[in-house]
Design a protein around this ligand. Sequence first.
Ligand SMILES: [Ca+2]
Length: 166
Amino acid sequence: MSEECSSIKPWCAIALLDKCGRSIQVKSGLSYWEMSVCLRGTKAHKKCYLMSEGPKHFHEANEDCIAKGGTLAIPRNNEETNILRDYGRKSAPGTSEFWLGVTDMAHEGRFVDVNGMALLYSNWDRAQPNGGKRENCVFLSQAAQGKWVDEVCRTAKRYVCEFLIP
Ligand SMILES: [Ca+2]
């Protein structure tokens, strides 16, 4: 396990695998493949998604993910949306809504990710966003097949953090 993974992100690690995918010890002279894995949560390409323990307001959820070395989850394409939905169903059964790292707090109507970057992918539900200045945070709706809905930020919801892995 790398220093960075063990100290900052205890749920990600570099596994040393042989060509058959078996975990092996590091020995000098032995060839191996490095592979990123998620010890907790689930993997989507170069990120891990991790479900929160409980519900929080958007700002608290955002702070919690940052404190853990990640951000609120930002699905970047339909494949990531599907991975996130499957993971949400398994890790938080019965939870239909969880916060994503998408907001229009800074400029009403201009939704960006929590890093302040423009969105190259969005997945709005029909007639969304519709909350105007009152609703500046975004949740994923399992009931609406993973579509996005804007919502009052001071609503307590479960959330998923994402962690970029090596
Ligand atoms: Ca808004």
